[in-house]
Design a protein. Structure first.
Length: 85
């Protein structure tokens, strides 16, 4: 089933959302890199449990995604080696 064409307004809104998300990501990374508190266990001990759980779940999801991409790459390399043998 073909996708519905986006209107120019929808395209502009999507582009603006992408730019905002990129700026937010850059600001978040800068905050993480510039503040050593984020690697201090005492900092996390004082954080609301719900926020802590959200952060921990996001990190776990990112780790799973990274592992899946590594598995995919290793499977590609393995198939390449098998074809050479």
């Amino acid at each position: 089933m073909p996708r519905k064409s986006l209107s120019p307004e929808q395209k502009n809104a999507m582009q603006a959302a992408r730019k905002d998300a990129k700026a937010q990501k850059e600001a978040a990374l800068q905050a993480l890199e510039s503040n050593v508190q984020f690697v201090n266990p005492k900092f996390w001990a004082g954080i609301d449990a719900a926020l802590y759980d959200d952060v921990a779940n996001a990190i776990a999801k990112a780790e799973r995604s990274f592992k899946k991409s590594m598995i995919k790459e290793l499977e590609r390399q393995l198939a390449e080696l098998k074809s050479e043998a």
